[in-house]
Design a protein around this ligand. Structure first.
Ligand code: GUN
Length: 289
């Protein structure tokens, strides 16, 4: 078997097209959807992600404003900025790009964002709703993008065995909750760095999601014949064949293609879906305002 490519870029384009009439309807009522993006420090990967988010906004006619702050910005200044954006009736979505510099209390700062403007779905209010099984609110973008892409490809989730590798706040945990929620109905296992016999648990999966940031971790013999494999990893690896000296690698070894039926590529899989779902959340937040 050679896996078919799960084309996140094509799915994201469809999701984004479906937002166009909603954005037009908002504008006809005098509302211009507006996303505020806060980035702190000089992390090169974060800068690339933020540019991609702003380009997504431009593509769709969503206004975006970037607030770039130095890594040594004071806590008070950051808090004041979040409070100002919370109070601004012309701002519908607020996103704090993760990771913040390690000295900062990222979770505490995220908690200051008004839940109705929390287009990342990271606020305890929105994550708490998800824990209650309510999937109709602002949900984290990468997990909701993965689910949307699986549905788009016609992958059956109800009753399927899903294994999520990684227990991050941004992907692993919310994705596991969503997959297990009523309406999606998968049987979910979460595996992580302390899990024993990780490969045999993964071999049981009908749907396997790798979200740990370890290049090539998932090998072909971790994957059951015909499984659907989602690669969330975006890792920079040294590559002397490239002018810039590095290339992108996922968490999934390319050899997995021999066993999987569907495999999401890196780049062009989960990344564009994350952007499309951020656009969706921003439009949703503007509609609810
Ligand atoms: N860093 C990596 N993924 C994300 C995301 O979805 N949102 C934010 N804010 N930061 C991230």
């Amino acid at each position: 078997m050679v896996a078919e490519r799960l084309d996140g870029k094509a799915c994201a384009a469809e999701v984004e097209s479906s937002l166009v009439p909603r954005i037009m309807a908002l504008k006809s009522k005098g509302v211009e959807p507006h996303l505020a993006v806060i980035i702190v420090g000089e992390d090169p990967a974060s800068k690339v992600y933020v540019t991609a988010k702003q380009t997504g906004c431009e593509r769709l006619g969503i206004k975006s404003t970037k607030y770039s702050l130095p890594a040594d910005v004071g806590k008070e200044e950051l808090i004041t900025l979040i409070q100002t954006l919370n109070a601004d009736i012309n701002v519908h979505g607020i996103l704090i790009q993760s990771p913040l510099p390690s000295v900062m209390d990222e979770i505490g700062l995220t908690e200051l964002v008004e839940p109705n403007k929390d287009v990342d779905g990271f606020h305890p209010h929105n994550l708490g709703r998800l824990v209650q099984g309510r999937t109709d609110g602002l949900l984290p973008c990468t997990p909701s993008g993965i689910i949307r892409m699986l549905e788009w490809a016609g992958v059956k989730l109800a009753g399927a065995r899903a294994v999520v590798i990684g227990r991050s706040r941004i992907v692993g945990i919310p994705l596991s909750l969503m997959l297990a929620a009523r309406g999606y109905d998968a049987t979910v296992s979460i595996v992580h760095s302390k899990t024993e016999d990780i490969d045999s648990i993964c071999r049981d999966a009908d749907v396997l999601v790798a979200a740990v940031g370890r290049p090539g971790l998932v090998k072909a013999d971790w994957v059951k014949q015909g499984a659907v494999v989602i690669d969330v990893g975006v890792n920079r690896v040294l590559d002397s064949n490239k002018e810039k000296g590095w290339s992108l690698a996922g968490d999934v070894d390319p050899g997995v293609s021999e066993n999987a039926s569907l495999l999401s590529p890196v780049p062009g899989g989960v990344g564009p879906m994350t952007i499309a779902m951020l656009m969706t959340n921003t439009v949703f937040a503007a509609e609810q305002y």
